[in-house]
Design a protein around this ligand. Structure first.
Ligand code: FES
Ligand code: FES
Length: 163
């Protein structure tokens, strides 16, 4: 077992973990952060995307021990004081989801994308989300949602907590 301490959605946590435990397992099984989901076993789908020190990562591709000392934000840490983050709001308004399984990862990836490029072209959006798969193939509305969010995030703090 290895001792780790990190901040998750603004809360400090410390735990003993198996060195082989994945960050996604740690978030879901130890912390109950089941908003972060697992959609594949090949690091392909992006459903497990969270932010590690403000940058999006596939949490099935990171060991929990690699997050030692880090700030992690999950989909559950984006809303603040009962107010959805602008990107969450945009997905809701533009119907950027169908079954919703890919949505937490899409939203976390979108927040990172807009941090890097607040006014992305459609091509840049599609490129930025290419590591996130939507099995419902709802890409059209997802792209619209990102464009909508880009129009509404200017000036807003881009992360709910931990940024
Ligand atoms: S569960 Fe992490 S990429 Fe699919
Ligand atoms: S909304 Fe169903 S997988 Fe994307």
């Amino acid at each position: 077992m290895t001792r780790i301490s990190l901040t998750v959605d603004g809360q400090k946590v410390a735990d003993d973990v198996e060195p082989r435990m994945l960050l996604v397992q740690y978030l879901r099984e130890r912390l109950g952060k089941t908003g972060t989901v697992i959609g594949c076993d090949t690091s392909n789908c992006g459903a497990c995307t969270v932010h590690l020190n403000g940058k999006s990562v596939k949490s099935c591709n990171v060991l929990a021990v690699q997050a030692d000392g880090a700030e992690v934000t999950t989909i559950e840490g984006l809303a603040q004081g009962g107010q959805l983050h602008a990107v969450q709001e945009a997905f809701r308004e533009c119907h950027g989801l169908q079954c919703g399984y890919c949505t937490p990862g899409m939203i976390m990836q979108t927040v990172d994308l807009l941090n890097d490029n607040p006014d992305p072209s459609e091509e840049a959006i599609r490129h930025g989300l290419e590591g996130n798969l939507c099995r419902c193939t709802g890409y059209h509305n997802i792209v619209r949602a990102v464009q909508h969010a880009a129009g509404s995030t200017s000036g807003q703090q881009s992360e709910g907590v931990g940024a």
